[in-house]
Design a protein. Structure first.
Length: 379
């Protein structure tokens, strides 16, 4: 199995610090030329871009309080706009992810792709105009059970919930954006394991577990009372897990048959809705297994998220790795700090590890503030 890019980056930083220390020692002992060449070579190696970043957003909204995971995935519209303008100002070219899957890029050229998961309506309202103004393409991933049932394109008065079919079609049809499939129900389903107590009066961190008990369209879940179930069994992404059913735990063959049926239905619905074949698939919670990948391929998907390696850019790939962006990256801080950390995260995603100390300091400051507890699972 290939090593996770996070581990490779860690090893590169450790090796870089060791060699840089050696270079400093050499200089201190009077070996100026050797030390300088070694130091410069190490800095060059640490800064070399080797991966095309795919930056992932979720909600772009001034008020994410309706989402239990809002503090971890939402970005304020003014911060989002400033981040996009920072990309433009610092020479980044935002490209359609089709060129990344097709191997038509160069990781040394400051090219990146943008993704938006879950197809929140606030992305339609707050992110789309900014992206259109800058000419930045993006892919938006929608789960079919979370397509809002309303009719017509809605404006900024709708602050909660998900895009409807017409809004998805409008984005997909305008030439700049592409809609991909985020599965059918974005659910965590029950698996054998410990039972978890929960507050039956609130949705809380177990929201995606509770969706399992809501068959059909779930786009307005936040307007309904949560299922009063407690305790609930341990859970896992329904696409990769052999679920616990009243008849016992699924066999692998049953899991595969269920997943193929769900993914096939989701792909057909999205393809019908958009009037074209949908081949882009984004794994909910970033959870994927070799068996689930085989299921998704079998029903016709061809482009996937959930990678763990660098995105080479200059050769075709089936799966891309992504970097998640959230607001308050360094805790509560001025906008210039937010943008500095954003630049660091993008550069690190590209493989330029000289920005690592800024990212580490930001994460530590955010954690130490105590204001942003980690939400258990990525949505
Ligand atoms: Zn999602």
């Amino acid at each position: 199995m290939a090593l996770d890019r996070k581990h490779i980056r860690y090893a590169r930083v450790v090796a870089g610090v060791v060699v840089l220390s050696g270079a400093v020692l050499l200089i201190l002992r009077g070996h100026w030329a050797v030390g300088a060449v070694l130091g410069a070579g190490t800095l060059w190696a640490l800064s070399r871009r080797r991966s095309v970043p795919v930056i992932v957003y979720h909600a772009v909204t001034p008020d994410a309080s309706w989402l239990p995971w809002g503090a971890n995935v939402a970005v304020r519209p003014e911060v989002f706009r400033a981040q996009m303008e920072t990309l433009a100002r610092t020479g980044w070219e935002v490209v359609p992810d089709d060129r990344l899957f097709g191997g038509q890029l160069d990781p040394r050229k400051r090219q990146l792709a943008l993704h938006f998961d879950d197809a929140y309506h606030n992305v339609f309202v707050h992110a789309r105009p900014c992206l259109e103004r800058l000419g930045f393409p993006a892919t938006v991933f929608a789960s079919t059970d979370f397509i809002d049932p309303s009719q017509g394109v809605r404006g900024a008065d709708t602050t909660r919930g998900y895009m409807n079919a017409e809004e998805l079609r409008a984005m997909d049809g305008d030439g700049l954006f592409k809609i991909g499939c985020h599965g059918k129900d974005h659910v965590l389903g029950p698996v054998p394991g410990p039972m978890m107590a929960r507050d039956p009066a609130t949705w809380g961190p177990e929201t995606a577990h509770l969706w399992y008990y809501m068959p059909g369209n779930k786009a307005r879940w936040f307007e309904q009372a949560p299922p009063g179930i407690t305790p609930i069994p341990d859970s896992q992404s329904v696409l990769v897990a052999r679920l616990l059913t009243p008849q016992g735990q699924e066999t692998e063959a049953q899991r595969s048959a269920r997943v193929r049926a769900d993914l096939s239905a989701a792909r057909s619905l999205m393809s019908r809705l958009l009037g074209r074949e949908v081949v882009d698939f984004c794994w909910p919670f970033d959870r994927v297994s070799d068996a689930a990948l085989a299921d998704a391929r079998a029903v016709g998907f061809a482009h996937f998220t959930g990678g763990r390696q660098d995105n080479p850019g200059n050769r075709p790939v089936e799966t891309v790795s992504r970097t998640h962006v959230h607001d308050h990256a360094a805790g509560f801080a001025p906008l210039w700090v937010e943008l500095l950390v954003f630049r660091a995260r993008v550069e690190i995603a590209a493989g330029n590890l000289l920005w690592s100390p800024i990212s580490w300091a930001a994460s530590a400051r955010r954690r130490l503030s105590g204001q942003f507890p980690r939400f258990g699972r990525r949505i």
